[in-house]
Design a protein around this ligand. Structure first.
Ligand code: ZN
Length: 214
C-alpha cells in the first residue's frame, strides 16, 4: 500500500457489515447499524436503502446531534425527524464543502433490491479524496462510470455480489487507490469472502481488508 492509500484508508473506519465512519473535515457515517460508540455525533449520515440493517432508526438516532444532516431515499427518511435531504440515483448535492452523488444500486440476478425502488450507493468527495459506497448491489453497468479513490464493495453473495462478482465490479470501477470489502461478518458472509475478493484481485487492484473498529 502506498502512503496516499494509507492516509485515506486511515480515515475510513469499518464498524461491521456496511457501516463505515469517515473521519475528515466532517464526521460521516454510511448505513449506521449496531453502533456501540456514539460519543461523537455525525455531521452527515448517508443511508443507502430502507432494509433494517442499513436504515436502522435506533442507530441513526444515537448519532443525531444539532448539526446532523441525514441523506437517503424517501422510504427510509420517513423514519426520522432531523435535518434531511431526500435523494434518488443521479442526484448530486452539496453539504458545506462535501459533494455527494447518489448512484444506482440494484440487483440483476435476484430480487432483493429492485432497480425501480431507486435505492442508492454514494460517491462522496471530501478533503480532496473520493470514496464510493456501493450499497446493496450487484455488478451493474453504471459502475463503469464511477470515478473514485476508494471503493467499498459488498462481497457476501446471497443479497449482493459474490466475491467473484465483486472482483469483476472492482475491475470495472478501477479505483485509483484501493477497494475495501464490506457486507460480511455480521448478518451474512464470512471473512473468507473478503479474503477471496482480495486473492482474485492480487496484482490488479489494491484490496484493503479493514479490521472492525467502534
Ligand atoms: Zn438490502
Amino acid at each position: 500500500m502506498d502512503s496516499e492509500t494509507q492516509t485515506y484508508c486511515d480515515k475510513i473506519h469499518w464498524l461491521g457489515h456496511d457501516t463505515f465512519k469517515i473521519t475528515g473535515t466532517k464526521l460521516l457515517y454510511f448505513d449506521p447499524f449496531k453502533i456501540a460508540n456514539a460519543d461523537q455525533k455525525a455531521d452527515i449520515i448517508l443511508i443507502t436503502h430502507e432494509h433494517f440493517d442499513h436504515c436502522s432508526p435506533e442507530d441513526v438516532n444515537k448519532l443525531i446531534g444539532k448539526n446532523t444532516t441525514i441523506v437517503g431515499p424517501p422510504d427510509c427518511l420517513k423514519n426520522f425527524s432531523a435535518k434531511m435531504k431526500e435523494i434518488k440515483p443521479g442526484d448530486k448535492i452539496k453539504i458545506g464543502e462535501i459533494e455527494i452523488e447518489a448512484v444506482p444500486a440494484y440487483n440483476v440476478n435476484k430480487d432483493f433490491h429492485p432497480k425501480k425502488n431507486n435505492w442508492v450507493g454514494y460517491i462522496v468527495s471530501m478533503d480532496g479524496f473520493k470514496v464510493y459506497h456501493a450499497g446493496d448491489t450487484d455488478r451493474i453497468p453504471e459502475m463503469k462510470k464511477v470515478h473514485t479513490g476508494i471503493a467499498l464493495l459488498p462481497v457476501s453473495g446471497t443479497y449482493v455480489m459474490t466475491p467473484e462478482e465483486a472482483a469483476e465490479a472492482a475491475l470495472d470501477i478501477d479505483p485509483r487507490l484501493a477497494a475495501i470489502p464490506m457486507h460480511y461478518g455480521s448478518i451474512i458472509g464470512q471473512a473468507s469472502d473478503a479474503e477471496k475478493f482480495k486473492e482474485i484481485l492480487a496484482g490488479k487492484i489494491d484490496v484493503v481488508i479493514k479490521a472492525r473498529s467502534e
